[in-house]
Design a protein around this ligand. Structure first.
Ligand code: CP
Length: 321
């Protein structure tokens, strides 16, 4: 694996999931794979789970992880080609990324969208510029439109949890929020579940919250949440802002928040959320504190997803060369 920025970088999702689960069973089985190697984790935006799980994953492989909060501690970076840098940016990515490429063996980056200009955000300029100029493998820690480490984690968690000999029904359900959030997690979850192809996949959201069809194509999409929830085995709860009239929040109707009453429609579904979650806005206390919530398991699996991906990049014998 030469980079990890979307599901397209993965040849065999199930093989990668099994690799992650093998690390979960035996975290130090490859404890020298990353010896004398270094990963730079650059954060242009905040994080808790992604930052810590990636550091732990690297450490399990014997690799040193250095975290740099570029957004708050570094020079303001310029990403536009041929920019006349007379404004607020101090250093061009064209100059900074090759330096990271000399310091590190793998570069991992978190960069959120502006939610102001859809074309700019969906061009994924920031992560593409790092790929172009760093000269080393790049791992997405969440980019403008996708969160692949989260989605790999989610499929690991579903695989680990669902033991029946049939296809699970998975529902991605929009949830209310107080401010516009990126579409990354929902895009990425849709992209991975569709590529995985081992589930009946339904997306439910209010009118006007359609996601980019590039990611949702293959899923059944409905505005009727109750209908969607019927017989679901997993409900993945997530807010996202509008895609068509980009980056807006039209409504935060509390009726979209999942409750125990709604859960009765499901097949005793497990409830997932990538976290952080706003309690009693996105998800009710009764769900988060109840027996159906697997959000902590899901977050803990972030380590094994990151470890499998880093190991694939480091390995002389990857799943696919
Ligand atoms: N799910 C997730 O990416 O969490 P953090 O933002 O805390 O990294």
């Amino acid at each position: 694996m030469k980079q990890f920025v979307s599901v397209r970088d993965v040849h065999d999702i199930d093989a990668l999931v099994q690799k992650a689960l093998a690390y979960k069973a035996n975290p130090f089985s490859d404890k020298t794979l990353g010896l004398n190697k270094r990963i730079g984790c650059l954060f242009l935006n905040p994080s808790m789970r992604t930052r810590l799980s990636t550091q732990i994953a690297a450490q399990n492989l014997g690799m040193e992880a250095i975290v740099f909060n570029v957004g708050s501690e570094g020079w303001a970076l310029e990403f536009e080609e041929e920019a006349i840098m007379s404004g607020t940016t101090v250093e061009h990515v064209k100059d900074a990324a090759p330096v990271f490429g000399k310091y590190f063996d793998i570069l991992a980056i978190r960069t959120f969208p502006s939610l102001k200009n859809r074309e700019d955000d969906y061009s994924e300029l920031y992560i593409k510029q790092f790929i172009k100029y760093a000269g080393i493998p790049v791992v997405s820690l969440e980019s403008s439109t996708l969160h692949p480490l989260q989605s790999l984690t989610d499929i690991i968690t579903i695989t680990e949890t669902f033991k029946e000999q049939r296809r699970p029904k998975i529902v991605l359900s929009w949830a209310p929020h107080v401010k516009p959030l990126p579409q990354c997690v929902a895009n990425s979850f849709s992209q991975w579940i569709n590529a995985w192809g081992k589930a009946d996949f339904v997306i439910t959201h209010p009118e006007d919250y359609e996601l980019n069809p590039e990611f949702t194509q293959g899923a059944q999409i409905t505005h009727n949440q109750n209908e969607a929830l019927k017989d679901a085995d997993f409900v993945y709860v997530k807010n996202w802002s509008t895609y068509n009239d980009y980056g807006k929040i039209y409504e935060s109707d509390p009726k979209w928040m999942l409750t125990n009453k709604k859960l009765e429609l499901t097949n005793q579904a497990k409830v997932m959320h990538c976290l952080p979650v706003r309690r009693n806005v996105e998800l009710s206390d009764e769900i988060l504190d109840g027996p159906n919530s697997i959000v902590t398991l899901e977050a803990s699996n972030r380590v094994w997803a990151a470890q499998a991906v880093l190991a694939e990049i480091l390995s002389p014998h990857p799943l696919k060369g």
